[in-house]
Design a protein around this ligand. Structure first.
Ligand SMILES: Cc1cc2nc3c(=O)[nH]c(=O)nc-3n(C[C@H](O)[C@H](O)[C@H](O)COP(=O)(O)OP(=O)(O)OC[C@H]3O[C@@H](n4cnc5c(N)ncnc54)[C@H](O)[C@@H]3O)c2cc1C
Length: 314
């Protein structure tokens, strides 16, 4: 991959005008509130420019990474060498809702907006996403969800921009969802430099009694409030649940690691699978806790814990 040199900077500025920022601290764009600068940070405001950007980045061999709300992301302290792209404005609304319960939504829309919209329309099936603080695009790539369901269960189509700038609609059958991840049929995964950019998605929901959906929604929101330390910066559950009778959180708790800290980072005493940024933590602090948890769980239970959070940067 090529570095962003002066020529690349000029090109970005000409194409994007005031939508590109150089040396932008990623701590401002992630829920962990850590992370060094991205060489370039781009706010994509419309489809035409985004297409052109993706195509030319590929041709120039420049690395890029799409983010939504940065709520499943740990950017390392030295930052990201390449272009971070965030979808805003023309990318964050509900496009259409048909009579038969299909909601077409832009990738940059918050999941919470999709949930509220569905409740208002009397459509059930997406309440599981209540309280997940990311975008629809981020939710699709991470197959976000809970024990109640996940995005892969309701998604029936996505519109993407491929690395060569082509726009394509991909139907459900070609999307391989598994636990907290999406693999494209041609194995372009969401964490490679040349992954497709999700522009929008269609969700198939079921017409139901709005009052019943609302009641269920209240219960789910309460459940989260009681269990998650949502007042401290984090990226939600740090590890995927392993193939074991116990969840990652239960294993970390059993290992006696709740409340352990390093630098400004801490393993939450409310929810052991949350690493929280208690006091100006660095990404390095969080990574030390991550390693400590992995080594302890391996030694005590012979289980490998794999991060659910995506780690990028230098
Ligand atoms: C308090 C808290 C609670 C949480 N609870 C849950 C939970 O219950 N269940 C759950 O699954 N997750 C949970 N999360 C994690 C996170 O919110 C989800 O994974 C969410 O779906 C990530 O969305 P995002 O927009 O923040 O994505 P980001 O973190 O910005 O990105 C995540 C991945 O998606 C890719 N991506 C984002 N947008 C696009 C796009 N348009 N096109 C292509 N790729 C894209 C990125 O490249 C990256 O690989 C929680 C996080 C927090 C902080």
């Amino acid at each position: 991959m090529t570095e962003i040199n002066e020529d690349a900077k000029k090109w970005l500025q000409t194409l994007l005008e005031d939508s590109v920022f150089f040396n932008e601290p990623m701590s401002c764009h992630t829920s962990f509130q850590v992370g060094g600068p991205a060489d370039a940070f781009v706010v994509a405001r419309n489809l035409g420019v985004l297409r052109e950007l993706i195509r030319e980045l590929g041709q120039r061999n420049l690395k890029y990474f799409i983010i939504g709300h940065g709520t499943n992301l740990l950017v390392k302290d030295n930052g990201f060498r390449g272009v971070i792209i965030v979808l805003r404005e023309r990318f964050n609304h509900i496009i259409k809702c048909s009579e038969d319960g299909i909601i077409n939504v832009m990738a940059g829309a918050p999941l919470s907006r999709l949930c509220r919209f569905a409740i208002k329309k009397g459509l059930s099936g997406v309440n599981f996403a209540l309280g997940i603080p990311g975008t629809v695009g981020g939710g699709i790539v991470t197959n976000a969800g809970t024990w109640l369901g996940s995005i892969g269960d309701i998604l029936n189509k996505v519109k993407v921009i491929l690395p060569d700038g082509e726009i394509r609609n991909i139907t459900k059958e070609k999307l391989r969802f598994s636990y907290r991840q999406l693999l494209w049929e041609n194995d372009l995964s969401g964490i490679t430099a040349s992954a497709p950019v999700i522009v929008s998605g269609s969700c198939a929901l079921i017409p139901d009694d709005p009052e019943k959906i609302r009641k269920e929604a209240r219960k789910i929101v309460m459940w989260r409030k009681e269990r998650q330390p949502s007042w401290l910066p984090s990226a939600g559950c740090f590890f995927k649940n392993p193939d074991s009778e116990k969840s990652a959180g239960q294993l970390i708790d059993l290992a006696g690691l709740k409340g352990k800290s390093f630098g400004g980072a801490e393993i939450s005493s409310r929810h052991a699978n949350f690493i929280v940024n208690r006091k100006n933590a660095s990404a390095a602090d969080i990574l030390v806790l991550m390693k400590m948890i992995q080594e302890t769980i391996w030694k005590k239970f012979n289980i490998i814990l794999e991060p659910e959070v995506r780690i990028i940067g230098d």
